[in-house]
Design a protein around this ligand. Structure first.
Ligand SMILES: Cc1cc2nc3c(=O)[nH]c(=O)nc-3n(C[C@H](O)[C@H](O)[C@H](O)COP(=O)(O)OP(=O)(O)OC[C@H]3O[C@@H](n4cnc5c(N)ncnc54)[C@H](O)[C@@H]3O)c2cc1C
Length: 306
């Protein structure tokens, strides 16, 4: 039974609240069953209202940015999925330093391109990293020698456990960043509302040339198709892709999911895949690499659901 005090949270979204929507269309690998409830948040206010809504519905909440690093179960998600499209961006200068305040649903690659056009350096590596600022902040996304840890100055979060929780601003140190990891990765204790990034200055033409180079490198080494990018983290001093390739696993398939013949750390959903196939392929590859080299590969992607 929902009491009157709870009606505003429900009324806020009205018929924007969907039931049973498949999550596959919100994930980069096009996999994932239905969410019990789903809303798309287009603003900071929507994000805060979504937290209130999850409380009223008394269900767990899953925030999805680009869905570029999550493998959602075929059974879907028992709770409220929040598709984050809150994407305001504000450029500023503080004591001569260029600063960007970005809402968490902003596309990382679009933001990287906007920075390049303004002659702002530090995020050029992000030109072809899929997903949102929020996902990148949580995962410490990075490429081509750069990462979020190097440019995040502060992160604005909303605690999910405290019903009356006010937004908090954490300095970057509070994120305890490490390689593709942070205090918030997999924690689901806080919603990231936005981040403040500290950038440098460079010639836009030089930054454009660097971006073109990154895009070309990627085209040459990474396969097209529905994937999650790198499935495993690189073990210290080696590359997961090299180990998988050396174990002779390129092209290995379970159902319609395949270890890419182009880049062995990419698993492609060829169209008819299931999450169960994807997980089975992950386990096969992990076991074969351990058998061949005694190395236990650690997942970079996050598995959601059973
Ligand atoms: C083709 C391809 C190439 C890739 N290349 C790279 C690469 O070069 N470097 C790299 O680092 N990664 C790469 N990735 C992985 C992916 O792009 C990054 O991990 C990215 O940062 C994920 O962002 P997202 O918005 O899609 O996060 P999602 O996958 O949507 O979410 C990831 C996790 O963060 C949580 N989350 C997301 N937003 C919020 C929020 N606002 N508040 C609270 N929790 C939130 C989610 O609940 C989930 O637990 C690649 C992926 C693909 C598909």
């Amino acid at each position: 039974m929902i009491d009157a005090a709870e009606v505003p949270a429900l009324a806020y979204f009205g018929d924007r609240l969907q039931r049973g929507a498949p999550l596959a269309r919100y994930t980069a690998v096009r996999l994932g069953g239905p969410a019990d409830y789903l809303v798309t948040a287009r603003s900071r206010a929507d994000l805060r209202a979504a937290v209130a809504l999850a409380r009223v519905l008394a269900v767990p909440m899953l925030v999805l940015g680009g869905g570029a690093n999550v493998l959602v179960s075929d059974a879907g998600f028992r709770g409220l999925a929040v598709i984050n499209r809150a994407q305001n961006v504000h450029f500023d200068t503080i004591q001569g330093q260029p600063i960007v305040h970005a809402e968490s649903g902003a596309s990382l690659s679009t933001l990287a391109r906007r920075c390049i056009e303004r002659g702002l350096s530090g995020l050029t590596w992000g030109v072809n990293v899929p997903g949102t600022v929020g996902g990148a902040v949580i995962n410490n996304a990075g490429a081509h020698g750069g990462d979020m840890a190097a440019i995040v100055r502060a992160v604005e979060v909303l605690p999910l456990a405290d019903p009356d929780g006010a937004p908090e601003t954490w300095p970057v140190e509070a994120m305890t960043y490490a390689y593709r990891a942070s205090r918030l990765k997999g924690a689901r204790t806080h919603l990231v509302l936005g981040a403040t990034l500290a950038l440098g200055r460079d010639d836009p033409e030089a930054l454009r040339a660097q971006a073109r180079d990154f895009v070309e490198k990627r085209k040459a080494t990474q396969p097209p198709g529905a994937s999650l990018g790198s499935i495993f983290k690189n073990p210290p001093g080696d590359y997961a892709g090299r180990l998988i390739d050396a174990a002779g696993l390129k092209g290995l398939r379970v159902g319609d999911v395949e270890v890419s013949p182009v880049h062995a750390n990419f698993f492609i959903n060829r169209g008819g895949g299931k999450t169960a196939d994807y997980v089975a392929l992950i386990e096969k590859v992990r076991a074969a690499v351990f058998e061949a080299f005694g190395v236990t590969l650690e997942l970079e992607v996050e598995v959601i659901g059973p």
